[in-house]
Design a protein around this ligand. Structure first.
Ligand code: NAD
Length: 304
């Protein structure tokens, strides 16, 4: 199958590589020449533009940062003659795996439908490790028929595929999950920082909590304390992984959604404020687990 892949960032790049490894022919594109060079070196065929990438593709996949990027790509910027939807052949399946507002997914799906194109939302969980290993969890907003059409492609990039509901429902499931993740990373960071301030070894404390009632995904796979888990972004100076500003975007989406349906999400709101302060202190580009730095005692702080 010929697949166009748009957005070769921390997640999209390895996802596209897995599709190629599975035997699909992939035409990939990113606005960043750096990202294109990196994945050309990994063996991907890079197209000269998004419009060139979608020529002859049966499936188009996008993995972009936020709602405005997805809107601009598919619908065009205000004043443009039209977005990528005008270049995609009718009958094509478009899978957007970016985490964006459910309303934006529905807006693009509506425009796609008018052009005879199937557009579904399929945001993911599992981090960069899951993208590389091909073990992502997909949360799909689509009709049953659209999901079954997408399934063979999604299976090459992930191991869990959930049908959340109609278009947009994948995004709603995703922001519920990421609100929980944002909160639990702060809680995990606070607990380790408290133990360390009391002289405990972060490795020993993490293992105790991992196997106790505080056990969670951060302790299993993504420990925020440097040196506890070699594979975690914390042990690589918080480079790569899931950026603080992307977490901030997701917590903002969760609060907007909560406001729209009058849901009560006080911890989600507090978590958003804490990541916003962390970002404003200059850490927006670091992995979100670097929030621990805002919660730990500085080595040079005088003990009083
Ligand atoms: P990223 O910033 O590393 O990559 C996004 C890429 O999109 C960049 O390379 C950028 O140049 C490119 N891009 C932007 N607009 C474009 C356009 N119009 N055409 C072509 N390329 C364009 O982000 P990421 O970490 O890969 O995350 C992508 C999405 O996945 C986000 O919505 C994020 O919230 C979500 N997500 C990320 C993780 C993670 O661990 N990083 C996990 C789950 C979900």
């Amino acid at each position: 199958m010929h697949i166009a892949f748009i957005g070769l960032g921390h997640m999209g790049g390895p996802m596209a590589v897995n599709l190629q490894k599975a035997g699909h022919s992939v035409a990939a594109f990113d606005l960043s020449p750096l990202a294109c060079d990196k994945f050309a070196a990994a063996g991907l065929t890079i197209a000269s533009s998004a419009a060139a990438a979608v020529q002859g593709a049966q499936v188009v996949i996008s993995m972009l940062p936020a709602s405005r990027h997805v809107q601009a790509l598919y619908l065009g910027a205000p004043g443009d003659s039209g977005g990528l939807l005008t270049q995609i052949a009718p009958g094509t399946l478009v899978i957007d795996s970016s985490t964006i507002a459910a309303a934006t997914s529905q807006q693009v799906a509506h425009a796609a439908d008018a052009a005879g194109i199937d557009f579904i939302d399929a945001p993911v969980s599992g981090g960069t490790g899951g993208a590389i290993a091909g073990t992502l969890t997909f949360m799909v907003g689509a009709s049953h028929a659209q999901l079954e059409r997408a399934r063979p492609v999604l299976e090459k990039m992930g191991s869990n595929i959930f049908h959340a509901g109609h278009v947009g429902a994948g995004q709603t499931a995703k922001i519920c999950n990421n609100m929980l993740l944002g909160i639990l990373m702060i809680g995990t960071s606070e607990a380790i920082a408290l133990g360390v301030a009391n002289g405990l070894d972060p490795q020993v404390l993490s293992e105790i909590m991992r196997r106790s009632s505080g056990g969670n995904w951060a302790l299993e796979k993504y420990n925020p304390w440097p040196g506890v888990q070699e594979s975690a972004p914390s042990s690589k100076a918080y480079a790569g992984g899931f950026g603080t500003d992307l977490m901030l975007k997701d917590l903002g989406l969760a609060q907007e959604n909560a406001g729209a349906v009058q849901a009560c999400t006080p911890l989600g709101g507090l978590a958003r404020s804490l990541y916003a302060m962390h970002s404003m202190a200059g850490h927006g580009g670091l992995d979100f687990s670097s929030i621990v730095q805002s919660l730990q005692k500085r080595a040079d702080a005088s003990a009083s």
